[in-house]
Ligand binder design. Structure first.
Ligand code: ADP
Ligand code: GLC
Length: 497
């Protein structure tokens, strides 16, 4: 098998910089290029949201399908997207994808009723591309689906009698399942036989994430620790059984950082640039941020940043509970997030009680996200679970020390500033062991104590800034997995129901 001829289709529901709700978008925007740099022939398949359909250039129509999945007409287009190095297939089905708001939910935050059809079609087109029926000029040898939105691709392929295409399914977040009622099986073109506990059925409903977990040739998740955690009841979201059964096919591959986007030396969204060789200008980024947000401009205040979806996963409630006790110290908070209404209200209340010291913004704002991550002293990620987490990795590069719960990818990427690590000059942040207010408060107090020793703080900041989490390592791990799958004999027909 020559590497250059290996055709890989990446399938997902969002992509930075055009459609992004979180880290999945960052991954979809960076991994394909990193794989291509290794000599693989990579293409993407994405839903044709207007935000992708409009900027698509060099467009060719590769296939026109009849009515399918509730859409009167479906076309598959091939073209190029700005900022994306690899060719992109888009599913052009306006009645399914031309919606306001984000890809998954309506204006009130409710999932669209026809999400099973919208993302079932994504998996179906991926499978039929692999079967050669949609674009005979380019048939992927391996389909790599991301999260529940692409979970059915593996099922369609495994249930088809004539395919040698291999499948990889990556879990970015096990909490989202993509459930659908049994009555939709015919609409989704799935056989009744697939609706069993030894298939895609999950407590009486169909589950797109379980389809991926059950039918893919290999499963990956986005950090080694999360790969272990999801085999337990505490983190398995009810899917620990199927995951444990398939643990021989489960791999933890840590996400990378796109250092062309997240780079303190070159970031065009910043007024001041800095790095480990020139850390002085970080103070200018902090001052600019304090001014922009109306925080007291005080170089001596320890400024904590949060850039996050506001959901219970992220543990922001813990931070909000702890902060009032810490505000008597010279601590500030800059928070950018959106999500849960109750959490937003709690953030607002804290900001109102501490003007000049706590500032909160509820928006999705890429520029402010960069400025916060660059300008703060500490980036807090107190998540209850975190499959990988990217903000702590961005914080490292910008010398904003991550303060994180020892869980998932957070545990795999941050070295706690305990005495031993400080002495060995390996410390890069603050790690606490339990998702409790006590543990979090203690970690913030440890950060504060170190912050008051500027030389030691600077040493940790410089160590953090030289950490290398580039995509190259992850891409090699994926490429190696693809190679092993493609070299192995297919096991599909003996393994599946
Ligand atoms: P998750 O995918 O669980 O939300 P990650 O840490 O993997 O968490 O990725 C979050 C990504 O979303 C990062 O790129 C972060 O900067 C970005 N992000 C989160 N909230 C916001 C926001 N309100 N505005 C801009 N970017 C945000
Ligand atoms: C998910 C996870 C996050 C991860 C991201 C990208 O949204 O919550 O931990 O970094 O996917 O893999």
């Amino acid at each position: 098998m020559s590497k250059s001829s290996t055709r890989i289709l990446q399938v997902g529901a969002e992509i930075y910089p055009l459609v992004k709700t979180g880290g999945l978008g960052d991954v979809m925007g960076a991994l394909p290029s990193a794989l291509e740099r290794l000599g693989l022939a990579v293409r993407l398949l994405l839903p044709g949201y207007p935000a992708l359909r409009k900027p698509l250039t060099n467009v060719s129509l590769v296939c026109r399908l009849g009515p399918a999945f509730g859409a009167a007409s479906v076309q598959v287009l091939l073209g190029r997207l700005p900022g994306i190095d690899v060719p992109v297939y888009l599913i052009d089905a306006p009645s399914l994808y031309d919606r306001p708001g984000n890809p998954y939910v309506d204006g009130s935050g409710e999932g669209w009723n026809d999400n099973p059809q919208r993302f079932g079609l994504l998996g179906w087109v991926a499978a039929y591309l692999a079967l050669g029926d949609i674009d005979p000029a380019w048939r992927p040898q391996l389909v790599h689906g991301h999260d529940w939105h692409a979970g059915l691709a593996a099922a369609y392929l495994a249930l088809h009698p004539h395919t040698d295409c291999r499948t990889v399914f990556t879990v970015h977040n096990l909490a989202f399942h993509g459930l659908f009622p049994q009555t939709l099986l015919p609409v989704l073109q799935l056989p009744e036989s697939s609706f069993s506990s030894d298939g895609l059925e999950f407590h009486g409903e169909g589950s797109m994430i379980k389809a991926g977990l059950h039918y893919a040739d290999a499963i990956t998740t986005v950090s080694p620790s999360y790969a272990r955690e999801i085999q337990t009841t505490a983190f398995g979201c009810g899917l620990e059984g199927v995951i444990t059964q398939r643990r021989a096919q489960l791999h933890g591959i840590l996400n990378g950082v796109d250092y062309t986007v997240w780079n303190s030396t070159t970031d065009p969204r910043l007024e001041a640039h800095f790095d480990a060789a020139h850390p002085e200008m970080k103070a200018a980024a902090k001052g600019a941020l304090q001014r922009q947000l109306g925080l007291r401009v005080d170089p001596g205040a320890m400024l904590i940043g949060v850039v996050s979806r506001l959901t219970s996963q992220k543990g922001i409630d813990l931070l909000l509970e702890v902060l009032p006790r810490l505000l008597v110290e010279n601590v500030q908070l800059a928070l950018l997030g959106s999500g849960d209404a109750e959490l937003e209200a709690a953030c607002r209340a804290l900001a109102a009680a501490a003007p000049g010291q706590v500032q909160v913004s509820f928006a999705y704002d890429e520029t402010l996200a960069h400025r916060i991550i660059a300008g703060v002293d500490v980036i807090a990620v107190p998540s209850r679970f975190e499959p990988c987490g990217l903000t702590q990795l961005y914080g490292l590069r910008y010398g904003s020390l991550p303060l994180v719960h020892r869980v998932g990818g957070l545990a795999d990427t941050v070295v706690d500033a305990d005495d031993k690590a400080l002495a060995a000059d390996t410390a890069t942040g603050f790690v606490f062991n339990a998702p409790t207010t006590q543990a979090l408060e203690q970690a913030v107090r440890r950060a504060l104590a170190l912050y008051r020793q500027p030389d030691r703080w600077k040493q940790v900041v410089c160590r953090a800034m030289v950490q290398d989490f580039s995509w190259d390592g992850a891409a090699v791990a994926y490429a190696d997995l693809y190679r092993r799958l493609l070299e192995a004999k297919p096991v599909r027909l003996t393994k599946r129901p």
